[in-house]
Design a protein around this ligand. Structure first.
Ligand SMILES: Cc1ncc(COP(=O)(O)O)c(C=O)c1O
Length: 407
């Protein structure tokens, strides 16, 4: 492990200052990251790590991709922000690109996944209000889902632990078990406007929707005149080996939410909808001061262009399959892993030992960043540029760490 010290910044002093001045909303790992390049990051004490979390599915191009850095530097020197009261050339360019990739109609830009979901919820309600009357407001979401931390997004999130202490939640939401079409059919009532799902539930442990379920959900929406909102904040933009998660299912949603990979590390979110739905929004219905600013749009345009030029979608599919089979081989050969789930470079492994937190801590000691979820799941979200050599290194560290934490 190479050591590159940064004078004046050491991990301990950063952690102490953070504890004193930053609100304690995060359960942070004892790691202070100060630099990144490709699939590697370095901490304040000069230790190098292989990054198999990529800012939780954000750094699709890896860290400090030269084209993204150059494009942000150029745009920052030209124009960073102007109000959405005026036209911003990069905004329709980015919207057109997302429309072409998704087959949907129009985009709205914001700054995060939660805001993209707020936009989706408001748009679904506005469309239903205009087209089907004021009683159509209810959004059905899945248990164990995750949609973000604003009040609308935590209400949509079907996990009581995120609601605790923040009551009352927004009215007009209902939750059903994921991948259970009968439960969903039963839940739809006269007030239902939309169904909102993740193609793969990420935060609760990498649980993909089944093909049959997703198709039947689309049919149900068509039969009942409901909108299908897919939260593609984590699954979108190449993560699963396709541009969007929904492309694995041969269906088309009415609305999608995007963020994470979109800006390659620069904050930007988007809600993209079919024209029929998007046109329900009128001037004044929704807005964001920073949403779609020239710098964020420029970062996103460059990110998408690099993804195309470097075939990162193909890479996610190929290297994802290679990684998945390596995890499956640990499962069949050692039994230390009991289940491997996910698509492309969004993978989850369930550990026999129920010691995901310990295994992740051991990995960190050995220079690998991964994400433990609950007692037994490890989530892997490496940058989309990752290669097989780094996957081999990560798998070796994982195996050593599993052995080290059961010894
Ligand atoms: C599926 C999904 N939706 C929404 C969000 C919230 O995104 P943000 O943290 O950018 O608000 C996340 C974040 O992890 C997510 O995974």
């Amino acid at each position: 492990m190479s050591v590159e010290r940064r004078p004046g910044v050491d991990s301990r002093s950063v952690m102490e200052m953070d504890s004193a001045y930053v609100m304690h909303t995060f359960r942070r790992q004892p790691l202070v990251l100060v630099r990144g390049e490709g699939a590697r990051v370095w901490d304040a004490d000069g230790r190098e790590y292989l990054d198999f979390l990529a800012g939780i599915a954000v750094n699709g191009l890896g860290h400090a991709h030269p084209r993204l850095v150059e494009s942000i530097q150029n745009q920052a020197g030209k124009l960073m922000h102007v109000s959405n009261l005026y036209y911003i050339p990069e905004q329709p360019l980015l919207a057109k690109k997302l429309v072409e990739l998704s087959g949907l109609g129009k985009a709205f830009f914001c700054n995060s996944g939660a805001e993209a979901n707020e936009t989706a919820i408001k748009l679904a309600r506005k469309w239903s209000y205009k087209n089907q009357g004021e009683d159509k407001y209810q959004i059905i979401t899945a248990l164990q889902s995750f949609h973000g931390r604003t009040m609308g997004a935590i209400t949509a999130t079907g996990q009581p632990k995120y609601h605790k202490g923040f009551a009352p939640m927004l009215p007009g939401f209902k939750y059903v078990p994921y991948n259970d079409i009968s439960a969903l059919e039963e839940a739809v009532d006269a007030n239902t406007a939309a169904i909102m799902l993740e193609p793969i539930q990420g935060e609760s442990g990498v649980h993909p929707a089944s093909l049959e379920y997703m198709r039947r959900v689309r049919e149900l929406c068509d039969a009942k005149g409901l909108l299908l909102i897919l939260d593609e904040v984590q699954t979108g933009l190449g993560r699963t080996g396709e541009w969007f998660g929904f492309l694995h299912y041969g269906i088309k949603p009415d609305i999608i939410s995007l963020a994470k990979t979109l800006g390659g590390g620069f904050p930007i979110g988007a809600c993209v909808a079919s024209n029929r739905v998007a046109d329900a929004f009128e001037p004044g219905d929704h807005a964001s001061t920073f949403g779609g600013n020239p710098l964020a749009c420029c970062a996103a345009l460059t990110t998408l262009q690099v993804m195309e030029d470097e075939d990162l979608i193909g890479n996610a599919k190929r290297v994802g399959a290679y990684f998945k089979s390596a995890l499956e081989s640990i499962k069949s050969k050692t039994g230390a892993i009991t289940d491997v789930r996910g698509l492309g470079l969004m993978l989850g492994a369930e550990l026999a030992g129920g010691n995901a937190q310990q295994v992740a801590a051991e990995c960190l000691k050995r220079g690998l960043i991964i994400n433990p979820i609950g007692l037994d799941v490890i989530r892997f979200l490496p940058p989309l540029i990752i290669g097989e050599v780094d996957v081999d290194k990560a798998v070796k560290i994982l195996q050593d760490s599993i052995a080290g934490s059961t010894a």
